[in-house]
Design a protein around this ligand. Sequence first.
Ligand SMILES: Cc1ncc(COP(=O)(O)O)c(C=O)c1O
Length: 458
Amino acid sequence: MVTIWIPALADDGPRYRAIANAIASAITDGELEPGDRLPPQRQLADALSVTVGTVSRGYAEAERRGLIAGEVGRGTFVRGPSGHDPWPETSDESGAIDLSLSLPTRLPEEATMLGDTLREIANGPRVDELLAYNPRTGTPQQLTAGAQWLGRVGLRAGADQVLLTAGSQHGLNAVFGALFGRDAVVLAGELTYPSIKVIARSFGVRLRPIELDQQGMIPEAIERACRQEPGPVGIYVVPTVQNPTSATLSAKRRQAVAEIAREHELWIVEDDIHAMLPPKPHQPIAALAPERTIYLSSVSKCLAPGLRTGFVLAPPPLRARMLSAIHATLWMPPPLMVELTRRWIVDGVADQLLARKRADTHRRQKLVKRILGHHDPLIDPYGYQVWLPIPEPLHTDEFVASARERGVIVVGAGAFAIGGRQPPAAVRLSIGLPDLPRLEKALHIIDELLITGAAPSY
Ligand SMILES: Cc1ncc(COP(=O)(O)O)c(C=O)c1O
C-alpha cells in the first residue's frame, strides 16, 4: 500500500492538470493501485512547491476523470478498475461484448486445421524429439521456417541467424533484459503497447514519450527527444498498425527513424507484430538499419496468439546476449507449439488462414465504417484495432464506464499513455473477438453513447 506518493510532474501545461495526469500515469503504470491513499494535500503541495489550492484542483480534476475519490475524514483514494486498466476483465464471466483485447479474428475451420496438424505431428517419425531440450531454441527445420517467415517481409536471414521466442512479449522481455540497464532511457510512442510499460518498469528502464500523429512517430519529435539529457539508448517502434492508434509508418518515416537512430547510436526495437496483416508487407526498419535493429515478429496477430511463437533477428554482436536472455527466461519456446507453427508456415495453412482472416477483418471494418464512420475513427485497411476519438464534452473514462454499463468493454487512451502527459480523448476498440452480430450490437451501443452522451458512472 502506497501512503506517500510524490510524483514528478511533466513540465508542460497548468500544474493542477500535471498533477491529475501524474495520478493517471501512476495508476496505469501500477505505481498506484485501487485503494491506495494519496498524500494529504498540504504535504503534496509542500513536496511539489505548489499551493494547496493547486493540489486541490489537481485532485478535483482526477476525481472528475473517475480516477480517485475523496472520503470525508479519511482522505483521497484511488478508485477501483477504470478505463486505465490495461487488462480489463474479459467477457467470459460478465457476458459483456469484449472489444478490449487485441486478438485476430477466429475462424470456425481453425479447430479442424489444428486437429489435423496435431495428428500429423503425432504420427510423424521423430515425435519424441519434441519432448527434449533444445540448446538452439529450435530444430534446424523450425529455424528455417522462421527464416522463410521473415523472408516474407523482405528480410534475408539464414536459419542460423533466427532466434525463436514464445511470442513477441517474450522477445521484448529478452531484448530489454539483454540490452537496457537500470535507468536507461528508451523512446516510445506517447501512446504505446501497455505491456511495454510493465516490461520497462521491471528492468528499471525509463520510457520517454515521442509525439505521434496520424502517421505514427514524428521524426522531429524523435530528434528532440534524442537531444534531451540523459540521452536515450534505444527506441521502441511498432511500425505497422501501431497499437493503439492504428498508424502505419510511411517508407519515408521508416527511413527517418533508421537515420536518426544511426546518428544518435540508438538500438531500434522493432516490434513488427502486425507485419503480415497487409497482403504486401511494408519494408521493415531492420532492412534499413540491420546493424542496430532487433526485429521481432510473431504469429499471434495474424494466425493465433495461442501458438506462442515468435521469430527474432538481432545484429550478430547481440545474438549471444539475446540467446542467453531467451534461455534465462524460458530455456526455449514449447517445441510442440513451434512445430505446429512450422508446419503451418511450410505447408500453406498459414497463407490460407491469413487470406481468410483478412477477408473476415474486411467484413468487420465495413461494419465499423457503416456504424461509426461519422465519428472519424482511425483504422488501418488491414488492422482490427479502431482508434476512436471521444468528442467534447464527453470524458474518456466516463465513456469507458458507460460503455461497460451497457455491456461493452473498450479501453481508454489512458491505458496506453506514457510520460505523465494528458492522454487524448479516445478509446481503442478491438474488433476481432466477438462474432459479427455481437460486434454490430456493440458498435450500435457505442454510436448511441457518442451521440447521446455518456452518463457519468458515479
Ligand atoms: C504491439 C504488441 N506487441 C507485442 C504483443 C504481444 O504479442 P505476442 O502474443 O506475440 O507475445 C502485442 C499483443 O497485443 C502487441 O499489441
